[in-house]
Design a protein around this ligand. Sequence first.
Ligand code: PMP
Length: 321
Amino acid sequence: MGEPFAYFEGNVVPLSAAKVGIMTHALNYGTGCFEGIRGYWVPEDEQVYLFRAHEHFERLHRSAHILRMKVRLSPAELTRLACDLVAKSGYREDVYVRPLVYKSAEQVGLSLVRKSDDGGLEDVPDDFFMFSVPFGAYLDLEKPIRVTVSPWRRIDDNVIPPRAKVTGLYINSALATSEAKVLGFDEAIMLNGDGSVSEGPGENIFMVRDGKLITTGPDSNILEGITRHAVMTLAREELGIEVVERRISRTELYIADELFFTGTAAQVSAIGEVDGRVIGNGEIGPVTAGLQKVFFDAVRNRVPKYGEWCAAVYPVGAGVK
Ligand code: PMP
């Protein structure tokens, strides 16, 4: 494999050639929105499958809309572009694709709109880039992780909307995850301003209680996760488990039968301990294990029912050069 490629300012260029100027609005004010998409290398198929790329690009459109930005390519066109980019880089391993829409104007002034020539207002210009890099496991999948409830509260919809995957919002996540790591934990759980559970810094959270799968809903300042949606679907359809979206209070975490995170990076990661309280028997619980099994089959295009979740990067049947 040679150097990876990026899509930048309308062209496919070597990744090292894609640079932005220091006055770029997004770099100064965090005015970008992005996605993270996993690609799974399946050696038997000589194929990389991008997981639910179309849904990620639909969410990118929604995030951009909130930030007064336009994505000029449709989700279908962006999915094709992502596949082409990964194929051109010739990856034969798991990858991560990062598309980002950003306010690209090189000007001082934080507003998302500015005066137009006719004296009215226009949106500050934006641009789009995408790159892909090799990417392995983010959290431990072999054994349950140890987490702590963060003193950093999750940011509210009326502060920076968490349903939009906004670059600047990730300062909140970075503070929480870094502090958890400094204290010796693997990851943090974040609470809302009212003290109820929100989600992880880059993951949605699920709890098993009395045989039901429970997760926080969009009213808990969460990112409406695509892995979350996949896991809810798999739990209902494949494991026949009831799924409930509702508020979760902090101490429910401590007494849960099972807890796990979901996310593009995290995939399905079991949580074995919260703030020094062991969850269940401290091992990966049966519901989590069942979901991990069907999830990792689905992302590798091994469950025909969910075949449309997997976008093939290389021309089917052509093999990889
Ligand atoms: N919450 C946050 C804050 C995230 O950054 C992510 C990762 N994108 C998730 C949840 C999980 O979302 P998804 O499953 O779509 O990756």
